[in-house]
Design a protein around this ligand. Structure first.
Ligand SMILES: O=C([O-])C(=O)C[C@H](O)[C@@H](O)C(=O)[O-]
Ligand SMILES: [Mg+2]
Length: 440
């Protein structure tokens, strides 16, 4: 048979025929941070794009009302576009109006996610659509998402254990129970870390700090260093400390920390700390969360590792662009995580598999989530997730689970539909307001 006789496969119609948005509430344990405590349930948004050929791609992003409203407006514009027209998504999102009151002078979730701008809000929504389009494109062409991003450079992506100070249960026993104990002191933190090793094989450890006075958190890191000798450790108080406090903690822990994450708030303060602590890198998911923040932070030497997050940065292609900028400036790159489900973990794993200079294990909240919307949860083995070579993301939506979590969202009176860690804290401490920074 000559080449001319080779049958040409029928063209695939990649036109988007339908977009489905399903807001859900997912169980979340009582994890403490400097703002307060996680609510019993947290909102997420599941996005499905269906092509004219009936191929469905899935994506996931924040589900709070301001994201959901924007997603609804964007979804309307998407029908008739193609799942391989990813660059056009950004122009479409720019057409969607963001109410200034939603972002003016504001920081997201009390500052945990850095600045909140109209642009960043749009990008966080676009990210879920981009992932859904990539999943559909992969399924339509038989290619895994990593191949659509240029191909994997590793077969497994390392994640770190995300340790939290936590209570055994939510105030008044609200939410879904889990089988984790309280962890409010060094011994509790070490026990939590050892379970993460037993159950998942994690080999690096991050403690969410900014909860207790720095001396108590230094003691927890020291206890971890003793229990897990030589393992990379990180501490992240979400910008709760002053420059002098950051310098003191850095001095006391420099021999055991892989990096110190957002010890203090703002690029100028981070730069001051970075200049004074020789040899201990500073990481951030707070002062560099947009491309606009890069020039100042990099020229001042404020951060040595950027914790990317495809939700903030506008998807998987933009995450690779961020990695290229970091590579150019000799800044390390790793990955931040908020409460998320398996669709996002799959997306994180695909993009992480394609970034050459991923020198640090990525963060993931996933072990804290006992609920999911996919048929088979992703597994951590030896602290890593295997990179899927199945078409698309390699996950399958479980419609019954999705419907159940959506029903919970429908039944909620509105209190859980927007994440508010300070409000959740008031259930235990009625006068609580999120502390001003620096807290210590
Ligand atoms: O700085 C970080 O790594 C985070 O902000 C991750 C999460 O938001 C975490 O702090 C949380 O959910 O409490
Ligand atoms: Mg952080």
């Amino acid at each position: 048979m000559s080449i001319a006789d080779t049958p040409v496969p029928a063209p695939v119609d990649l036109t988007i025929a339908e977009v489905r948005l399903t807001p859900i509430l997912v169980a979340d344990p009582p994890l403490l941070n400097t703002q307060g405590v996680h609510q019993p349930y947290t909102p997420r948004l599941i996005i499905e794009v269906v092509t004219a050929d009936g191929v469905t791609g899935v994506g996931e992003t924040y589900g709070d009302t301001k994201y959901l409203d924007l997603a609804r407006a964007l979804a309307k514009r998407l029908e008739g576009h193609r799942v391989d027209g990813l660059n056009a998504l950004f122009a479409l999102a720019d057409e969607v109006h963001v109410d200034a009151a939603r972002v003016e002078n504001s920081v997201d979730v009390g500052g945990l996610r850095g600045v909140q701008t109209a642009d960043k809000l749009r990008l966080s929504v676009v990210s879920g659509f981009e992932v859904a389009c990539l999943d559909a494109l992969g399924k339509a062409t038989g290619l895994p998402v990593h191949a659509l991003l240029g191909g994997k450079v590793r077969d497994r992506v390392d994640y770190s254990a995300y340790l939290f100070y936590r209570w055994a249960e939510h105030p008044d026993g609200a939410g879904e129970p889990d089988d984790w104990s309280a962890a409010t002191d060094p011994q509790g933190v070490v026990e939590q870390a050892l379970r993460f090793v037993r159950d998942y094989g994690f080999r690096s450890f991050k403690l969410k700090g900014g909860v207790y006075e720095p001396e108590r958190e230094i003691a927890a890191i020291r206890a971890l260093a003793e229990a897990l000798p030589g393992k990379p450790l990180r501490l992240d108080p979400n910008g709760a400390w002053s420059v002098p406090t950051s310098l003191k903690v850095a001095e006391e822990l420099r021999d055991v920390l892989e990096y110190l994450e957002d010890p203090t708030s703002g690029t100028a303060n981070m730069a001051e700390v970075a200049a004074a602590v020789d040899g201990l890198p500073l990481a951030t998911n707070m002062c560099v969360t947009t491309f606009q923040e890069i020039p100042e932070a990099f020229t001042k030497g404020a951060v040595q590792v950027v914790l990317s997050d495809h939700h903030y940065w506008g998807g998987l292609h933009r995450t690779r662009e961020l990695a290229a900028v970091c590579r150019t400036f000799g800044v390390g790159v790793s990955m931040h995580s908020n409460t998320h489900l398996g669709i996002s973990l799959a997306a994180m794993t695909h993009v992480a598999a394609t970034v050459p200079q991923l020198d640090h294990a990525c963060d993931s909240h996933y072990p804290w989530q006992t609920e999911d919307v996919i048929t088979e949860r992703l597994a951590f083995r030896d602290g890593a997730v295997a990179v899927s070579d199945a078409p698309g993301l390699g996950v399958t939506l479980d419609r019954d689970k999705l419907a159940a979590l959506h029903q919970r969202w429908l039944d909620d009176d509105g209190t859980m539909r927007d994440r508010d860690d300070a409000a959740a804290m008031r259930k235990a401490e009625p006068g609580w307001t999120a502390p001003a920074v620096p807290r210590w």
